[in-house]
Design a protein. Structure first.
Length: 128
């Protein structure tokens, strides 16, 4: 269990470092931002939250606390967009969530990507 958590942390740290501070030019348009958002979610979030947001990613069984189920309407109603942004920026350890979830403070300089991640998370909500 401990080895798995360490492996997850090392992998996520490597992915975070690979993101760098590169910024697309404004003329690249929103399609590149959407692609970047999806790529970031796939690389940093889906392993635990799953590609469909249900919280049952390949690493989720070993995590305590378990990842949130983004498809749950009750969870969606319980958090604001600003709270989701804060969790993304600060990571789990600073937000009393799972410490394996690393923050992405570099997204402070990329509000379009941060907002895109919130929009993607919101899109997983099941409709009643």
């Amino acid at each position: 269990m401990r080895s798995l958590v360490i492996a997850i942390l090392v992998t996520l740290a490597a992915l975070a470092g690979a993101c760098g501070d590169s910024q697309p030019s404004p003329e690249q348009g929103s399609e590149s931002v959407v692609a970047e958002v999806q790529a970031m979610y796939d690389a940093k979030c889906a392993r635990c939250h799953n590609g469909n947001g249900n919280g049952h990613g390949p690493f989720s069984d070993s995590l305590i606390p378990r990842p949130h189920d983004y498809t749950d309407p009750a969870w969606q109603a319980s958090v604001t967009d600003d709270q989701i942004k804060e969790i993304i920026l600060k990571g789990g350890i600073h937000m009393h969530k799972n410490p394996a979830m690393l923050g992405s403070p570099m997204l402070k300089k990329r509000p379009e990507v941060l907002n895109g991640l919130v929009k993607l998370i919101r899109s997983f909500a099941k409709r009643p």
